[in-house]
Design a protein around this ligand. Sequence first.
Ligand code: XUL
Ligand code: CO
Length: 438
Amino acid sequence: MEFFKEIDKINYEGAKSKNPLAFKFYDPNRIVLGKPMKEHLPFAMSWWHTLCANGVDMFGRGTSDKSFGLELGTMEHAKRKVDFGFEFMKKLGIEYFCFHDVDLVPEDADINVTNKRLDEISDYILEKMHETGIKCLWGTANMFSNPRFMNGAGSTNSADVYCFAAAQIKKALDITVKLGGKGYVFWGGREGYETLLNTDIKFEQDNIARLMRLAVEYGRKIGFKGDFYIEPKPKEPMKHQYDYDAATAIGFLNKYGLAKDFKLNIEANHATLAGHTFEHELAISRINGMLGSIDANQGDMLLGWDTDEFPFDVYSATYCMLEVIKAGGLTGGFNFDAKNRRPSYELKDLFISYILGMDTFALGLLNAEKIIKDGRLENFRKERYKSFETGIGKDIVNNKVSLEDLALYASKLKDASLPSSGKQEMLESIVNQIMFSE
Ligand code: XUL
Ligand code: CO
């Protein structure tokens, strides 16, 4: 069945188009910096926000009907979501999807029943994948919604719950491998704590690392060749989450010997919740060789929670794309971990939201290309460190001097010289000039 008879394939119509159901900037085959736009931007649909979320919030019921005419919580409905999702991705030209285990099927009290359902639905998804050429970007296990995970999964105080988490990871890995997923994500939903009065942080972190190690061992055993990802987030739902930000997650991975199997999945809204910019988190991941994948969304600076809005901020997307290009691209992709605002409840609004997100990143890519070709920013950055290219600066970088040598050098300087001006305003003005002139 076709859900949107009135919506054809979404096409690129150019910046002047007034058609809400057309791309204005995302032109998949346009060559940018030597390769087609769609290769720079492997977009993915999030199963949970797109096919499951109905707009429910702390104060009100859902506004968006995702029953697709069937009874919720049934396998028929789970399959209908697959049908809808594949029609949606196909019409938008989205080549990947991401999922949590419990996004795919209704969860039963008995995990064996849930697992059978997962086998059935993944057979069905596989058929659709073969039919359409759409692929799986990454899978994950939801270890935060079920009440048993109230104290975390790897960080729980209950050994039984820890085993349930292991069982879910095992199955989610099986399904990810079956669907040819490129990655497997750990977002530590409730891997954190509320109060030190009842918490042994070291014990909990050791246990999380153990669970990750077991997951890697099992994944490699069943032939998973992709990357495992940690998706850092500082808070929400927990007050303190262990994967606070990229730097914290990288420290954790290095400490526990997990770095070679893991990269990071950086989410824009999580970055801003941590008090960082999106591009800061991407840069920290990149310089550590750990920029794997992106959860593309944005937060609201006036709200202190994870609003998961569709990306609209072109500056942020531009700085993001500069980082991605510097990293040589992503091994993963751009998953729209984003949801419509609650009053944008029509199914058609989903198309409009994804078009917004895809166009925003296309603009980011085009701007990044212009900034790179212009060269002024990169030259300025290089020039700024010029004092380390010759003389004492060069000796410092080459580790040829002692602290005493440096002190002696300083003692001979007449005046303490000032570093060169940072010229932030000039650089910002260059960014505006590049972005807004043809
Ligand atoms: C939650 C979040 C998750 C992860 C996957 O903030 O971002 O949806 O992306 O578990
Ligand atoms: Co996310």
